[in-house]
Design a protein around this ligand. Structure first.
Ligand code: C2E
Ligand code: MG
Ligand code: MG
Ligand code: MG
Length: 288
C-alpha cells in the first residue's frame, strides 16, 4: 500500500470517523501514550460579560500536538478517546492541568473544563474533582464543569447524583451546546445546572436570521425564568454581539471576543509571563 505521508495523514483523520477499525486502534494506542509523552496542552478562550466587556474567565480546550500528524483537532480525537475509555485519563489530565494553571493566576478568574459522558459516569469522578481542588488549592467557586446533554441520558440517576456531589463541593456546572441535544427542557428541570451555554450554531447570523433570533430569544427567556445566566457560544461578529446585548444575554464567548490561545496570550490578566525568545537565546548562549 502507498505510504506517502499525505495519504497516511488522511487515513489517520479518517480513522476517527470509523472508516477503519485498525487505524482507530492505532489512534487509541497513541492517545494512551500522549499524556506520558507530553503531547497534550491547553489553550484558553475568554468568556466575557457582554454588557461591560469584562473578562469573567476562560474555557480550557485541549490540543494534541501529534509527533507526525501535527495538530489534531479535539473534534477528531475526543470521540475515539471516549469510545476506548482513555478519555478518563485524558480528562483527569485536563482537569488537573487547568486547575493548577488557574490557581497561579493573579486574578481570580473562572476556568471552565469540558467533561465527557464517560468521565461523568465514572464512579470516582466527584472524588477526583475534590482531590484536584485540594491538591491545586484552586477555590472551588472558580471551577466550572461543562457538560453536554448527551452526557446525562445514559444513566440519569447516576448523572444526577454525580452533579449533586460536584455542586456540594462548590463547583458550578454549565450545560454545554444547549439546543443540539434531544430533550433540553426536561434536562434543565431535572439537573441542577448553574448556566446555559447556547450552542454556536444558534448564534451564527442571529442578528440577520429571524428564525435563529426567535430561538435565541426563547432560550434567553428560559434562562430568565429559571434564574440561570446564559452564555452565547461562537460569537463571531459585532452584529451578533449587539443583538445579544440588546436581548440581555449575560455572557459571550467566540472569535469576536477572543480566540482560544496559550495562557501566555493573556498575561495582563493572569500574570503568567510571556516566555521571551530573546532571553531564552541569551540564557542558552551563556550556558554554553
Ligand atoms: P465546546 O466545548 O463546545 O467548545 C467550543 C468550541 O468552539 C471550541 O472548539 C472552540 O475553539 C470553538 N469556537 C470558539 N469560538 C468560536 C467561534 O467564534 N466560531 C467557531 N466556529 N468556533 C468557535 P475546539 O477547541 O475545536 O473543541 C471542540 C470540542 O471538543 C469542544 O466543544 C468540546 O466538546 C471538545 N473538547 C475540547 N477540549 C476538550 C476537553 O478537554 N475534554 C473534553 N471531554 N472535550 C473537549
Ligand atoms: Mg465546552
Ligand atoms: Mg459548546
Ligand atoms: Mg461543542
Amino acid at each position: 500500500r502507498a505510504k506517502a505521508e499525505g495519504k497516511d495523514t488522511y487515513r489517520y483523520f479518517e480513522a476517527s470517523m470509523g472508516a477503519e477499525a485498525r487505524d482507530k486502534r492505532v489512534m487509541e494506542h497513541e492517545l494512551r501514550q500522549a499524556i506520558a509523552r507530553d503531547e497534550f496542552y491547553l489553550v484558553y478562550q475568554p468568556q466575557k460579560e457582554i454588557s461591560s466587556g469584562k473578562m469573567l474567565g476562560f474555557e480550557a480546550l485541549i490540543r494534541w500536538q501529534h509527533p507526525e500528524h501535527g495538530e489534531v483537532s479535539p473534534a477528531m480525537f475526543i470521540p475515539v478517546a471516549e469510545d476506548s475509555g482513555v478519555i478518563v485519563q485524558i480528562g483527569e489530565w485536563v482537569l488537573a492541568t487547568a486547575c493548577q494553571e488557574a490557581a497561579g493566576w493573579k486574578n481570580p478568574l473562572s476556568v471552565a473544563v469540558n467533561v465527557s459522558a464517560v468521565q461523568l459516569h465514572n464512579p470516582h469522578f466527584s472524588r477526583k474533582v475534590h482531590e484536584v481542588l485540594v491538591h491545586t488549592g484552586l477555590a472551588p467557586g472558580r471551577l466550572e464543569l461543562e457538560i453536554t446533554e448527551t452526557a446525562l441520558v445514559k444513566d440519569m440517576p447516576r448523572a444526577l447524583a454525580t452533579l449533586r456531589q460536584i455542586k456540594a463541593l462548590g463547583v458550578r456546572v454549565a450545560m454545554d451546546d444547549f439546543g443540539t441535544g434531544y430533550s433540553s427542557l426536561s434536562n434543565l428541570r431535572a439537573f441542577p445546572f448553574d448556566k446555559i451555554k447556547i450552542d454556536g450554531s444558534f448564534i451564527k447570523s442571529v442578528d440577520t436570521n429571524g428564525q435563529v433570533a426567535a430561538i435565541v430569544r426563547a432560550v434567553l427567556g428560559l434562562g430568565r425564568g429559571l434564574g440561570l445566566p446564559v452564555l452565547a457560544e461562537g460569537v463571531e461578529t459585532l452584529g451578533e454581539l449587539k443583538f445579544l446585548d440588546a436581548e440581555d444575554c449575560q455572557i459571550g464567548q467566540g472569535f469576536y471576543l477572543g480566540k482560544p490561545g496559550p495562557i501566555e496570550m493573556f498575561s495582563e490578566l493572569t500574570g503568567v509571563p510571556v516566555t521571551a525568545p530573546v532571553q531564552t537565546a541569551t540564557a542558552g548562549r551563556k550556558a554554553r
